[in-house]
Design a protein around this ligand. Structure first.
Ligand SMILES: NC(=O)c1ccc[n+]([C@@H]2O[C@H](COP(=O)([O-])OP(=O)(O)OC[C@H]3O[C@@H](n4cnc5c(N)ncnc54)[C@H](O)[C@@H]3O)[C@@H](O)[C@H]2O)c1
Length: 468
């Protein structure tokens, strides 16, 4: 039989001491966040980390950015902007401030009161989560871990990562003199998903509500109070796992709904029905419906990747994610569908794809950004080239075809001129940037295959337009 602990038993006294110590550390950190006197470290200054660092800096904190890429550090020091869609002001704001510094020296992580991790979470060769970036950051933090720190993971990942993967990696890397530091007592850990949508004008990091879930309630509260200095609305959830799963739900919802309208496009087009008009018509319903738009396939670092983190994790509990797999199948077929439409359209003009001069308009994966990660445009260029087309591309935001893991080409963006446009057998619109002259395309091109309904309202100006 176990003895029941009493208030004066050694176990209870130890528990009371821990509780008092935890309260003390919590209160000290909380007031630093409330008063804006904390130093915030941000690991990974990319699409997510850089705007976040800026938002927290605007909220009054001192911010110390960490990245392994020295080119980004140099650019920041000179006030040069390496993510164009964020605007030049963002980098000049930071580089001119004495409250911002960026470094590649990870031994300085111990200086920060809070450390926010914004590193990549890609898929490995076999579609499995590649946690190496998150685990490397966890080890970096572990090596300088000290009493009174808050650690927040923002990278998108499967439920359980923060507690079961990140925390153990951090603890294992602690130096000898820090092995007594306890999570929830001496330092605190939370997850807060990033909802950044590069290129979106209607919402910024500040105005997008932020979810926060800690490994225990104090961590939730600390993270929430920290974010509240820079972000308008912070939503506390009960655990880190809820916050992790909510982010995966958001992106799975998008992937599945985009697949649904892509499938509808395949069904309605041969019936002679315009899927875009159908979606506009359905959108007039004021409840129970929200529009998603078809396209040439998925791109970016999130929607094609994140749902597969859940697919991988689901197997651990003997479950299958059939919606995710099906959506993935439909969405990854879309570039093939586009190329079929190009081939069909050229055939109607009495031309073969082999030897045809084709211009792909838009290399970035979505409008008004220069991000080419997982872009379907690269797949479409490869597929067209494989069947013998002579392909060029035009994208004012991506002047050179960048290095990509799966696509390697020595190409540069060509200019659009009326004469130049008329020289192509087919122009394929893959991404509809605002800065592209779509009227010129609709007027001077001979044949346009439009995967985005970019030429809506511009039919009849000269080009034969085929929606795909
Ligand atoms: N891009 C988006 O729109 C978006 C939106 C929501 C969530 N996310 C998630 O946010 C996370 C980051 O994505 P991103 O788009 O900002 O990626 P990114 O590639 O733009 O930026 C990541 C940065 O981390 C740096 N880095 C890599 N390893 C590092 C390490 N060990 N230490 C320090 N820095 C390191 C890279 O040099 C890079 O600058 C991912 O999990 C992604 O799924 C991205």
């Amino acid at each position: 039989m176990h003895a029941i602990p009493t208030a004066t038993s050694p176990r209870m006294m130890q528990a009371n001491r821990s509780e008092a110590a935890a309260m003390d550390t919590f209160e000290t950190l909380l007031s630093k966040f409330r008063e804006g006197t904390a130093l915030i470290g941000v690991i990974g200054l990319g699409y997510v980390g850089l705007p976040l660092a800026h938002t927290l800096h605007k909220g009054g904190f001192k911010v110390l950015g960490f990245d392994i890429d020295p080119a980004k550090m140099e650019a920041l020091a000179k006030g040069e902007n390496y993510l164009k869609h964020l605007g030049a002001e963002l980098t000049t704001d930071l580089s001119r401030s004495d409250r911002f510094e960026a470094t590649t020296d990870f031994s300085r992580l111990g200086e920060a009161d809070a450390i926010i991790i914004c590193v990549p979470t890609p898929l490995g060769k076999h579609q499995e989560p590649d946690m190496s970036y998150v685990l490397n950051s966890a080890r970096d933090i572990g090596r300088t871990l000290r009493k009174g720190q808050l650690i927040v993971l923002e990278s998108t990942t499967y439920p359980g990562t923060t507690r079961d993967d990140m925390l153990p990696a951090m603890l294992a890397a602690r130096p000898q003199d820090a092995t007594t530091l306890e999570q929830g007592v001496d330092f605190f850990v939370a997850f807060s998903p990033e909802r950044e949508d590069p290129g979106r004008k209607t919402h910024t990091t500040r105005t997008t509500p932020k979810l926060v879930g800690g490994l225990e309630p104090r961590a939730t509260e600390l993270a929430a109070v920290m974010y509240e200095r820079g972000i308008d609305r912070v939503v506390r959830v009960s655990t880190a796992e809820v916050a992790e799963a909510a982010k995966i739900l958001e992106n799975t919802f998008r992937a599945v709904n985009i697949a649904l309208v892509n499938e509808l496009k395949l069904v309605l087009t041969p019936m002679g029905i315009d899927v875009w008009e159908v979606i506009e018509a359905a959108s007039t319903k004021p409840f129970g419906y929200m529009p998603f738009w078809p396209g040439p396939g998925l791109g970016g670092h999130c929607i094609p990747i994140d749902p597969f983190y859940l697919t991988w994790k689901a197997r651990e509990v003997g479950q299958y994610t059939r919606f995710i797999e099906l959506a993935g199948e439909i969405n990854t077929r879309m570039p093939h569908y586009v190329v079929d439409r190009v081939s069909h359209a050229l055939n109607e003009d009495g031309k073969a794809v082999r030897g045809a001069k084709v211009l792909v308009v838009g290399l970035a994966y979505k409008p008004n950004v220069d991000d080419v990660r997982e872009t379907p445009a690269a797949e479409i260029i490869d597929l067209l080239s494989d069947v013998g087309a002579d392909v060029e591309y035009h994208d004012p935001l991506v002047p050179r075809f960048p290095h990509m893991r799966r696509h390697k080409r020595d190409m540069s963006s060509v200019d659009l001129s009326p004469g130049g446009l008329a020289a192509y057998d087919c122009v394929v619109i893959v991404t509809n940037h605002d800065c592209v002259d779509h009227r010129a395309i609709a007027t001077h091109a001979r044949l346009v295959v439009d995967t985005r309904n970019a030429l809506k309202g511009l039919h009849g100006l000269g080009a034969r337009i085929v929606k795909a």
